[in-house]
Design a binder for this molecule. Structure first.
Ligand code: UDX
Length: 439
């Protein structure tokens, strides 16, 4: 089948590469000439395990193509995937200007039947807006070309996006046209072999399903963070509580890890956008605003703990920070809790020596030569002359440090752990003080 993907960002590239990998012909289009030039040379703008190889292989096999030419892109595919960004505007609503610009471009150039597939996370009702935008342009062109608009939200996790695409939990297809549903089912058949994963529904429910999934997951995290804060005050250990409740199959073990707050490009933005949508409908979504508020507060928890440990302030202190990305296996720093922490420490007069296995470039891009911030190439370098160690992202390589050596190295012999990585007993045995979340 022939597919065009508008937007060669995270979602677009993964979608394009995976669809090509199962034998389709795919054209990825982006307005950013330098990005497309680099992609044509096999240079991937983001870090995602396996993606670079997959892009290169499929380009070499002649199945994956890149262009900045809109007409070429529209002509190419029966399926026109829209995977452009929907950044939040000032009031938290998703900004649809890029999505609608793509819709107009498709309408300007289409000469035969097209299926426009919304992959971007877009507010409920966007498919109707896309449809109207296409109809308006066709009307000015004096054309009556047939087309359909489908909502097919993505559920990719950064760090395991290829696996999530290849072996999805579900494939949501929102359409009011049964014939289009069949065409999409055929497109997704290679990812639907071991069991039925396609769930077809009306367009608005499909659009809401994406927000509902992310808001539910964010709610689980904020709930656990709330409980962790309570556990600290009650002298309980949230890790025991986590095991205790996770064993109930109705609750489950996943997504109940307390920490220093959720980040990334989805949860914060989507919870806000859903809250905003509710407001537009005249409904105050109390639970959603609480989820967001709890998370904002949680991102300050590490700094609060550090401040409590140093009653005279942190001025002049040097902190090693391990982990900057919003979660492991990504270089993404969007809404990362590390940013709140390092900015607070530096504002309070401390110095920070930071290390992350993948996010150093991204951190440098954001902070440049910020005073008080030192970038380290190695995990061990961050510890040089440090007073204390702070862990913000639970990368695998931080799981088993030599606590005896840390105890010798850290001047104040203290670890602040925002991800509950260690058994407190072992850390304390080495003569270190240990602060974690909710225990
Ligand atoms: C998320 C959704 O999982 C995915 O389905 C959607 O398409 C995009 O948004 P992603 O942003 O890649 O994916 O990250 P995810 O792995 O879900 O983690 C989000 C945040 O929650 C991270 O900051 C992580 O550290 C935090 N988290 C996750 C917790 O604090 N505790 C948990 O138990 C799980």
């Amino acid at each position: 089948m022939k597919i065009t993907v508008f937007g060669s960002g995270y979602v677009g590239l993964v979608t394009g590469a995976c669809l090509a990998d199962v034998g389709n012909q795919v054209m990825c289009m982006d307005v950013d000439q330098s990005k497309i030039d680099k992609l044509k040379q096999g240079i991937i703008p983001i870090y995602e395990p396996g993606l670079e190889d997959m892009v290169k292989e499929n380009m070499a096999a002649g199945r994956l193509h890149f262009t900045t030419d809109v007409k070429e892109a529209v002509d190419f595919g029966l399926f026109q995937f829209v995977a452009v960004g929907t950044p939040p505007d000032e009031d938290g609503s998703a900004d649809l200007k890029y999505v609608l610009a793509v819709a107009k471009s498709i309408a300007e150039h289409m000469t035969d039947y097209k299926i426009i597939v919304d992959k971007s996370t877009v507010p409920v009702g966007t498919a109707d807006k896309v449809k109207q935008a296409v109809l308006d342009v066709l009307a000015t062109r004096g054309e009556t070309q047939e087309f359909d608009v489908v909502s097919n939200p993505e559920f990719l996790k950064e760090g395991s996006a290829l696996d999530d695409f290849m072996k999805p939990d579900r494939i949501i297809i929102g359409t009011d046209n049964p014939r289009t549903a069949e065409l999409l089912k055929a497109l997704y058949a290679p990812f639907n072999r071991s069991r039925e994963r396609v769930i077809t529904m009306d367009i608005r429910s499909a659009e809401l399903t994406k927000y509902a999934a992310n808001a539910m997951l964010a709610t689980k995290i904020s709930f656990m963070n709330e409980l962790a804060n309570l556990a600290e005050r009650l002298g309980a250990d949230i890790e025991n509580v986590r095991h205790g409740i996770g064993s109930d199959s109705r609750i489950g073990y996943s997504f109940i890890y307390p920490g220093c707050g959720y980040g990334g490009s989805c949860f914060p933005k989507d919870v806000k956008a859903l809250e905003r949508t509710a407001k537009e409908m005249g409904y105050h979504a109390e639970l959603l605003s609480a989820v967001e508020n709890v998370n904002d507060r949680q991102k300050h928890r590490l700094f609060e703990k550090i401040s409590a440990h140093y009653p005279d302030g942190v001025k002049g202190k040097t902190f090693a920070i391990w982990g900057l990305a919003f979660k492991p296996n990504t270089d993404d720093m969007r809404e990362a809790p590390s940013r709140v922490l390092l900015e607070a420490l530096i504002a309070a007069g401390a110095s920070v020596q930071v290390y992350d296995p993948e996010a150093m470039h991204e951190t440098q891009r954001i902070y440049g030569d910020k005073a008080g911030l030192m970038y380290c190439d190695m995990q061990a370098d961050a510890l040089q002359n440090a007073d204390a160690l702070i862990i913000v992202t639970e990368w695998k390589q931080f799981r088993s440090p030599d606590f005896e050596q840390l105890s010798r190295q850290l001047k104040d012999k203290v670890i602040f752990d925002g991800r509950n990585m260690y058994e407190p007993k072992f850390v304390k045995q080495a003569g270190l003080q240990y602060y974690a979340i909710g225990r």
